[in-house]
Design a protein around this ligand. Structure first.
Ligand SMILES: *Cc1c(COP(=O)(O)O)cnc(C)c1O
Length: 474
């Protein structure tokens, strides 16, 4: 029918009168011709409105607000390919500066001696860190004339999926310690039971993905120091500080989790989480250069200069690295501290209000970071998945999930408090949660909400038909 209606178009036809606005977009065909720039922009700009709103996405640790000057600097540096060290020497000096400043923040014995690298995020940083420990272990075993065919890595179920990926991709036996039904971080005795001479590293988390707690890092360090003396195994501790690495130094400067501990050999942190930069930057910092085997560092002779590198990525934008330095200079310790205290105060308020309602049980009352995890106190005839879906109707994205084995019977909701979540918004969230609870209690729904179909693998479904997909991993 529509095909028969004439659609004359000229240079002055407005966007909403043009073919692009009524034509089916076939995602499986590479477009033959182009379209005007403003039309392409409008199509994508409006289409993307179907996504959740970033600030209301309480599932994510990743930064959703930066100052206008930071955004300007990002614009200024978008065109710089960060790998071109010879062409952009100032940009790469900024990266080095960030690494040393982090060495200082993490109390390295000598911040000038730390080595490290800016990565795309903590995932790349963790893989690179563990690969360095694997190679160091191989080198030690070879020198001693010992077998080096069965490396293992020890960590708990509270870690991020990237730890499993490392073990899988790089052929290292995964010794993953299950959670206990009532304990969601590592127990030192469980670690002692599984480490041996083939352990390349022990992983500990500051700010666990599922609960936001901290592993007992100081006790794990003591264990590894004792093992070094008793058995001669020098097992490094890698601290995954993806989220906590930018909280503890400001909220609890006396907490011992970093290079003040002898066996802590490397630390990763996500610049795009509480480093307060937009997605695309993480950091790996080694205690000193003895922890990064020289045979892993490539001296790339490229476009006229020799540059040592230890990364997976080659080309990448420089913008987020520059934005990280912007925050370091702009905020300093005092600025970060004021923001961290606000986030913790807002999280504590949310915690207290939830507990006071009598409807919820808080899983991490200690608030090692501004993350609130809670479960239903009893069985009101619906579950956390219903609540998550109902909140989504008000625009809030609050994930519901269950814990890993052996705590898989715990079903919970998680709210990550970021800098752009004000007390006012938390009060609105609480009132929406209250209403959702009352409505569901009255309705007594029978079934769990369905999860959203993946629109890219099932093109027949449109995004608008899906229900909220809940999940973790950021
Ligand atoms: C987010 C997170 C990661 C992964 O970090 P990315 O920066 O998203 O790559 C790893 N570990 C922990 C504990 C995390 O919170």
């Amino acid at each position: 029918m529509t095909a028969e209606i004439p659609h004359p178009e000229s240079d002055t036809t407005p966007i909403h009168g043009r073919a692009g606005f009524r034509t089916h977009l076939d995602r499986s065909q590479f477009p033959e011709g182009g379209m005007p720039s403003e039309e392409a922009y409008e199509l994508l700009h409006t289409g993307l409105m179907l996504d959740g709103r970033e600030t209301l996405n309480l599932a994510s640790f990743v930064t959703t607000w930066m100052e206008p000057e930071a955004e300007q600097l990002i614009q200024d540096t978008l065109r710089k390919n960060h790998i071109d060290h010879d062409e952009y020497p100032a940009a790469s000096l900024i990266e080095e500066g960030c690494v040393h400043m982090l060495g200082d923040l993490f109390n390295a014995p000598d911040p000038a001696e730390v080595v490290g690298v800016g990565t795309i995020g903590s995932s790349e940083a963790i893989m690179l860190g563990l690969l360095a420990h694997k190679r160091a272990w191989v080198n030690r075993r070879k020198e001693a004339g010992l077998d080096h065919s069965t490396p293992n890595v020890v960590y708990g179920a509270e870690t991020h999926v990237v730890w499993d990926k490392f073990a899988n991709y790089f052929d290292v036996e995964m010794r993953k310690i299950p959670m206990r039904p009532d304990r969601y971080v590592l127990a030192v005795e469980d670690v002692e039971a599984v480490i041996d001479e083939n352990t390349i590293a022990v992983g500990a988390v500051l700010g666990t993905t599922h609960i936001g707690e901290a592993d007992p890092i100081e006790d794990l360090n003591d264990l590894l120091v004792r093992i070094k003396t008793e058995k001669g195994w020098n097992i490094p501790l890698h601290v995954d500080g993806a989220s906590g690495g930018f909280i503890a130094p400001f909220a609890e400067p006396d907490l011992l989790w970093d290079f003040r501990l002898e066996q802590v050999a490397s630390i990763n942190v996500s610049g795009h989480k509480y480093g307060l930069v937009y997605p695309g930057v993480g950091w790996l910092v080694f205690r000193d250069k003895s922890k990064l085997p020289e045979d892993l560092v490539f001296s790339v002779n490229y476009l006229g200069g020799a540059q040592p590198t230890y990364t997976f990525n080659f080309s990448r934008g420089s913008a987020m690295i520059q934005a990280q330095m912007y925050n370091f200079l702009r905020l300093g310790r005092t600025g970060y501290t004021s923001i961290v205290r606000n986030m913790l105060a807002n999280a504590a308020h949310l915690n207290e209000a939830l507990a006071a309602s009598g409807r919820f049980e808080i899983l991490n009352p200690g608030l090692a970071e501004p993350v609130v995890t809670f479960k239903l106190a009893d069985d009101p005839g619906f579950d956390v998945y219903h609540l998550s879906a109902r909140l989504r109707e008000n625009g809030w994205i609050v994930p519901a999930y269950s814990l890993p084995p052996d705590a898989e019977d715990v079903h919970l909701l998680r709210v990550v408090v970021r800098l752009d979540l004000s007390r006012l918004m938390i009060d609105l969230l609480l009132s929406d949660l209250d209403k959702a609870y009352n409505d569901l209690a009255a309705e007594q729904p029978k079934q769990r909400p369905t999860t959203k179909p993946d629109v890219w693998t099932h093109p027949a479904h449109s995004a608008a038909h899906g229900k909220a997909r809940t999940g973790l991993g950021r």
